[in-house]
Design a protein around this ligand. Structure first.
Ligand SMILES: Nc1ncnc2c1ncn2[C@@H]1O[C@H](COP(=O)(O)OP(=O)(O)OP(=O)(O)O)[C@@H](O)[C@H]1O
Ligand SMILES: [Mg+2]
Length: 508
């Protein structure tokens, strides 16, 4: 046999062999019966795989059920963008964390190499057309299926399957956590997802600056909440051991303007979690609620604000505008000022009035049914102004594990705000403020508003004077309201004394 002398000759030989093979196969395909064709194809495949020494592993973006993006795929993506993007020639550029950096990753059909403990491997990002979908999946728009293909020589089989893949998974996960741009998701109809999107959630970058440090809250309470959250985030093994899904429910309740929404942001910032702001009134039914749940990721908080406005005690839906019924107003008369009620009413009337068939039992299942365990490491947070109106089943321990009351501003809380807003920790006016705060109720939101400098002329003295004026006005208002109530009570008693009872009237 004559050996080819140069590379050029070698390529010519290989080329002509392949061409001859293809020609023979084409003739067979044309003239042989189908059974023989299949047999030959099978034979060819077996021969090639016997001689072809490479193994291929595919990692698909969506698993069989296509409901959730594969974590493994996302980890591979992160690993490759950090480790091999330098060697790729065609790259995809995306804006990274805090919009301050650019993340480069390999583009479709690009091939990159990687080395691990002496084993050389190749990665290619490939895509195929999606097969026709079953009717039940018609909810999701059709999409191409993307997958990474890993190839390596069969002698590295053990290294790759037993060690390299685990290494990619672990490193990719770490990179994702580090590079993660935290997101604020919404299911609100105002942000209806475009048809090319698969997810039911729309998102923006989560950039709320609130922290526990800036919150007006007593130190002891603050420390207790922080400790609770930190313990939860480190308790993966504990939850596994006791056989409980790794999630925790928080119920934040209190009057408007006491920091419930602010605390949600502080919690998310403390734990570096994403926030899913669930607008229950925009959810069509229990099935849609479950779909939304499945699409949430771990390391996240699912928030339902004003839960009392979304469901009533019997599980019937209630519109947001009904937040302040006549009965509610009466019931809460002493608790809230007119201003707060007006604000809340306005907020309620702006709410979503869409019809929805989500039931109380659907919501209970959402919180701790079988599906709630998927993903892990999740907080479910409810907020309400009226804790007493909620169904006990909804907020029992186990569902809402921790109940946190956020109330009117204390002097300790005021000092935090004074430091944040004015940069002062003490002042001669503080004593007066402390006395007034002992006499009247004022929300942290109102304190904050008064301490906010409104012009360059507003120095700390002026802001503190504003607060004192507001406290004095509130004191007068409270005194006037109490006086009027006292007067009404007295006149009602007098009327009762004068008017004969029914029995007296009959005997007369
Ligand atoms: N405890 C607090 N610490 C610091 N700032 C606060 C606090 N409570 C309220 N604020 C300030 O008041 C504003 C309104 O507070 P927030 O929206 O958190 O109140 P809320 O309890 O969620 O009210 P609502 O029940 O009406 O939703 C915030 O932007 C924040 O600046
Ligand atoms: Mg709020």
């Amino acid at each position: 046999m004559v050996l080819p002398a140069t590379m050029a000759e070698l390529w010519t030989t290989v080329g002509s062999t392949v061409a001859s093979f293809m020609f023979i196969m084409a003739i067979i395909r044309q003239y042989c019966p189908y059974e023989i064709q299949r047999l030959l194809e099978k034979l060819t495949h077996q021969i090639t795989s016997f001689f072809y020494p490479y193994i291929g592993i595919s990692i698909h973006e969506f698993s069989g059920d296509r409901l959730k993006r594969s974590d493994f795929y996302a980890n591979v993506e992160a690993y490759l963008s950090s480790n091999t993007a330098k060697s790729a020639k065609r790259l995809k550029a995306e804006v990274g964390k805090d919009c301050s950096n650019i993340v480069l990753s390999m583009d479709e059909f690009e091939r990159v190499t990687d080395e691990y403990r002496g084993a050389k491997v190749w990665w290619v990002l490939t895509k195929t057309a999606a097969p026709p979908r079953p009717l039940s999946m018609s909810y999701y728009p059709e999409q191409e299926r993307r997958f990474y293909k890993l190839s390596f020589h069969k002698r590295y089989r053990e290294t790759v399957t037993e060690s390299y893949l685990g290494h990619v998974m672990k490193e990719g996960k770490e990179i994702r956590v580090k590079n993660r741009q935290r997101k604020l998701y919404t299911n609100s109809p105002g942000y209806k997802w475009p048809s090319y999107k698969q997810t039911m959630w729309s998102h923006i970058v989560f950039e709320h600056p609130a922290t526990f440090e800036t919150m007006a809250l007593e130190g002891k309470k603050k420390r207790e909440i922080i400790e609770d959250l930190m313990t939860f985030s480190k308790s993966k093994e504990f939850y596994e051991r006791i056989g409980k899904a790794w999630k925790r429910g928080y119920l934040l309740y209190g009057p408007p303007g006491t920091g419930k929404s602010t605390m949600i942001a502080a919690m998310a910032n403390l734990l570096s979690y994403d926030v899913y702001d669930l607008e229950l009134t925009a959810v069509k039914d229990n099935t849609e609620l479950r779909k939304l749940l499945i699409e949430t990721t771990s390391k996240s908080m699912i928030v339902i604000e004003d839960i009392d406005c979304s469901l009533d005690l019997t599980g019937q839906r209630k519109k947001k505008g009904e937040k302040f019924s006549k009965e509610d107003k009466k019931m809460n008369d002493d608790e809230f000022s007119n201003k707060e009620r007006k604000e809340a009413k306005e907020e309620g009337s702006n709410g979503n009035h869409g019809s929805s068939k989500v039931t109380l039992s659907g919501l209970l299942n959402f919180i701790d049914g079988l599906w709630s365990a998927c993903g892990g490491e999740r907080l479910i947070v409810f907020t309400t102004n009226y804790v007493e109106k909620l169904d006990p089943a909804l907020i029992r321990r186990g569902r809402m594990d921790k109940h946190i009351e956020l109330s009117y501003c204390t002097f300790e809380g005021f000092k935090v705000l004074g430091k944040n807003y004015l940069g002062i920790e003490s002042h001669q006016m503080f004593d007066k403020i402390e006395n007034l705060m002992g006499e009247v109720k004022i929300t942290p939101a109102d304190v904050a508003e008064n301490l906010m400098p409104k012009s360059p002329m507003d120095d700390p003295e002026r802001c503190l004077s504003n607060l004192i004026r507001a406290l004095e006005e509130a004191k007068e208002e409270t005194a006037a309201v109490e006086g009027a109530a006292e007067e009404a009570k007295r006149s009602a008693e007098e009327e009762n004394e004068i008017e004969p009872t029914k029995e007296e009237a009959v005997s007369l």
